[in-house]
Each structure stands twice: as C-alpha cells, then as structure tokens.
Design a protein around this ligand. Structure first.
Ligand code: PGA
Length: 244
C-alpha cells in the first residue's frame, strides 16, 4: 500500500501575525507541487489568517488541540466543529506537552479524536515514551498502551511517534530504534483496524532537522514527520519537506 508522506509543522506557542511571512515563503517555494502532503499548525488565533494565506496552495492548516464537545460551556476551549468551519483540516492531539502540562490522559485523547473525526478533521495522535521509560526497557509497552487507550474507532487518523526525550533536545533515537517502534505501531494499528491500518501514516517527531530528515524518512514505516522548532522558519521546513 502506498502512503503519501506527510510533513506537519507544530508551531506550539510560537508565532505572531507577522509570522505569516514564513508561511507565505513556504507556499511560494512549494508552488508547482511536490510528492508529500504539507500541514502547518499555528496557535489558534492565527489559524483563520493562515487558512486564507494558504488557500489553493496545497498547504493545509491545522490546530494543536481541540475539545471533545461540539459546543457548550467550556471556557477557553475550542471545538473541532469551529476549527473545521474556519478551514482547518487537521488537529494534533495528545502531544506530550499537553499530556504533561494539562494532564491529558489516553481516554481524553481518544474522546477528542472521535470528536475531531466527527467534525471532518484529520486527528494526528501523538504517543511516545519518556527517557526513564526507555532506559527501563518500557518504551514499546508505553507506546502500545498509549495507542490502546488513545485510538478512536475509525482508522482515518495519523499517528506520530515522538519520544519525549527527543523533543526539542537535538537528540534522536538510533535508526534501528525508530524502525522497531514504527514496526510495533504498524502491527498495533493493523491489529486494531485490519487492512485499513496499512493506510495509516506513521510520523516520526523529535528533533527532525534538514540534516537528518532524509535518513529518518527512509526508515520503513516512517511516513513523514511532525516537526517543532524546525517548522518555524521557511528554509528549515522546506529542507525537511524536500527530504520527504
Ligand atoms: P521538535 O518538536 O521538532 O522541536 O523536537 C517536535 C514536536 O514536539 O512535535
């Protein structure tokens, strides 16, 4: 089964309205098309303007979180229905920073993923072990348990494997460790969804840069990347997109 690679930028809590110039530089450089899907996920207040800037460019715009309800008394939250209505096409869910900063557990991530799917958004579900879990030989068991609790009923998702210790640190697992984890995740999603699991894109995330992207994307069952710091500057992000 062929899977179109996806390179997704997670801007986290970075960017101001003027940062749209980086987005426009990316879009200009990508004119004429490419061989992978490209997604940029800025903070909520920038999504609407970015959707406008990216119209008809092939670059998709997404969010970094959503609520699991369609509307209601949830001060400060944003519904998947609203994200879809303003033109977002995807949402990152269960990122380790949200799991850590906001205590998000697997069941909540699953509820958000179900709601995102119902609103027509593509959920990008993040999993990954801490350094202590890897050191104690629990990396795979941790990730499989996260998947077990976080995956929605429908296979229309992307999974991002992001070792917590590799995020923003400049450290990356050995290729063999990425390969082993992605093989385990593939087996899990095929076990869960049957043949449809073969079509699910599995992204690697954590300190992906232009200099290491090609090597990482060449690993079996790595179908692109979730990029933090290196997605903020057009030159770096474009270097990673070209590697895909
Ligand atoms: P990083 O972040 O690329 O800055 O390591 C990745 C992520 O958290 O999605």
């Amino acid at each position: 089964m062929t899977r179109t690679p996806l390179v997704a930028g997670n801007w986290k809590m970075n960017g101001v309205p003027d940062s749209a110039s980086e987005l426009r530089a990316m879009i200009d450089a990508l004119k004429g098309g490419g061989h992978c899907d490209v997604l940029v996920c800025p903070p909520f207040p920038l999504i609407g303007a970015f959707v406008g800037d990216a119209a008809d460019s092939g670059v998709e715009i997404g969010a970094q979180d959503c609520h699991f309800n369609e509307k209601g008394a949830h001060t400060g939250d944003v519904s998947p229905a609203l994200l879809a209505a303003i033109g977002a096409s995807a949402v990152i869910l269960g990122h380790s920073e949200r799991r850590a900063d906001h205590g998000e557990a697997d069941a909540l991530v699953k509820a958000k993923a179900q709601a995102a799917l119902a609103a027509g958004l593509l959920p990008i579900i993040c999993v990954g072990e801490t350094e202590a879990q890897r050191d104690s030989g629990q990396a795979e068991a941790t990730v499989l348990a996260q998947l077990d609790g976080s995956l929605p009923d429908d296979a229309g998702i992307v999974v991002a494997y992001e070792p917590v210790w590799a995020i923003g640190t400049g450290r990356v697992p050995e290729n063999a460790d990425i390969a082993a984890m992605h093989a385990a995740i593939r087996k899990a999603v095929v076990g869960r969804y049957g043949e449809a699991g073969q079509g699910i894109r599995l992204l690697y995330g954590g300190s992906v840069k232009p200099g290491n992207a090609a090597e990482i994307f060449a690993i079996d069952d790595v179908d692109g990347g979730l990029i933090g710091g290196a997605s903020l500057k057009a030159d770096d992000f474009l270097g990673i997109i070209r590697a895909a």
